[in-house]
Design a protein around this ligand. Structure first.
Ligand code: SAH
Length: 365
């Protein structure tokens, strides 16, 4: 059945008019969905009973079901959502001080093939619809107590958002809308490997969001090895499209660099990276690799991380070393889905004092 989340405000107004209902019902319904966190149509108790019944006849509120819900001791919570087709995706709620950030997926799987990432190991299955993307936001919002709000969104879950730009943009408009989640566009981050044509479209159409570009290497030879899609693109084209986005948005860019032990973590790599970023208004986000079961890549040693940081700081690069969150629940991209494939996932909510819902396939120092 159709999800109510497929309808934006004007489409909902149109549907209500077809039903002979006044248009103000749309605002009421959207308040229930986005603000009052309704579980179902029945609970929307300021709507006439007949309208609630008709909504339930025509729509569902949730298309997916929660397959696994896990919570780490640092407050990070992760949902594995299963769609009727059986496809599964992950989304995460991260608590950091006052921030309540959600990390959402844009595709089932991923076609980019980044060699270290769990999400792309089996390629891409399909794009998520905008309703499925919005559903992740609402499901995660429901994990918060009533007096807490979502503050930030990062599209950094499974998939490449620029390969599903239409649906991502519709979903983010709902996140941003006053009558939606009302989250300011500068608190919404689109993270991408950098697909220049799609990035240009974003620049032209909606340069409102914060952009993060996953770089992972300072030169084409290494980047093409780590991010295979780079073979057809090249760093120069990515940087050019990113610069254009910066010009149009006026928002500082973020470059992401997953630090992989003995692969892209040498002082020489840091120097090359500093040269690449010099002169750009950008933040470099260095993320120590989060090991994925079955992959040979390693988290760099603390010494290598320090050396890498030192080289960048010496050269005046604005760099941040990101703390990993939710390691114990496989919160990095695509890991939970993998951990449950071929095993029987534990169902339902795990009590918050418990840390790991599943046997963890990777060990970490
Ligand atoms: N396809 C988009 C968004 C999804 S990945 C992109 O590439 O940006 C989001 C970020 O998580 C990327 O920077 C990616 O490189 C990083 N990532 C993926 N797997 C990781 C892992 N195992 N450890 C650390 N970072 C990882």
């Amino acid at each position: 059945m159709r999800s109510l989340l497929e309808l934006d405000e004007s489409q909902l107004v149109a549907w209500l008019q077809e039903q002979g209902e006044p248009r103000y019902r749309a605002a009421q319904i959207r308040r229930w969905v986005f603000e009052r966190r309704a579980e179902d149509f029945e609970s929307m108790n300021d709507l006439p009973k007949s309208l609630r019944a008709r909504l339930a006849e025509h729509f569902v509120l949730w298309q997916g079901e929660i397959d696994v819900h896990s919570r780490a001791t640092d407050g990070t919570e992760k949902l594995l959502l299963k769609w009727p087709s059986g496809a599964k995706i992950e989304c995460v709620l991260i608590r950091e001080g006052d921030r309540r950030t959600i990390c959402i997926s844009s595709q089932v799987g991923c076609a980019m093939g980044c060699v270290f990432c769990a999400s792309g190991l089996d390629g891409v299955e399909r794009n998520l619809s905008h309703a499925e993307i919005v559903e992740q936001m609402l499901r995660l919002q429901r994990l918060l107590p009533a007096d807490e709000r979502l503050s930030h969104i990062v599209v950094m879950g499974m998939g490449e958002p620029l390969a599903n730009l239409d649906n991502v943009l519709v979903a983010l408009r709902e996140a941003n809308a006053k009558t939606g989640l009302d989250i300011s566009a500068r608190r919404i981050t689109i993270s991408t490997v950098g697909l220049p044509p799609a990035l240009r479209r974003l620049t032209q159409e909606e340069p409102r969001y914060h952009l993060a570009v996953s770089l992972h290497a300072p030169n084409d030879a290494l980047r093409s090895e780590i991010v295979p899609v780079n073979r057809k693109i090249g760093i120069e084209a990515v940087m050019e499209a990113a610069d254009e986005y910066f010009e149009a948005s006026g928002r500082r860019l973020t470059f992401e660099y997953v630090l992989l032990g003995q692969l892209n973590d040498s002082p020489q790599h840091a120097r090359e990276l500093a040269a690449l970023l010099r002169g750009r208004t950008a933040l470099l986000n260095v993320i120590p690799y989060n090991p994925v079961a079955g992959l040979p890549y390693k988290t760099p040693s603390p010494e290598a991380i320090d050396r890498f940081r030192g080289e960048l700081e010496q050269r005046g690069i604005n760099v941040q070393f990101r703390q990993r969150k939710g390691d114990e629940i496989n919160a990095a991209c695509g890991q939970l889905r993998r951990a449950t494939q071929g095993t029987i996932p534990s169902k339902g909510t795990v009590p918050s004092k418990s840390t790991v819902p599943l046997s963890r396939p990777t060990t970490e120092s």
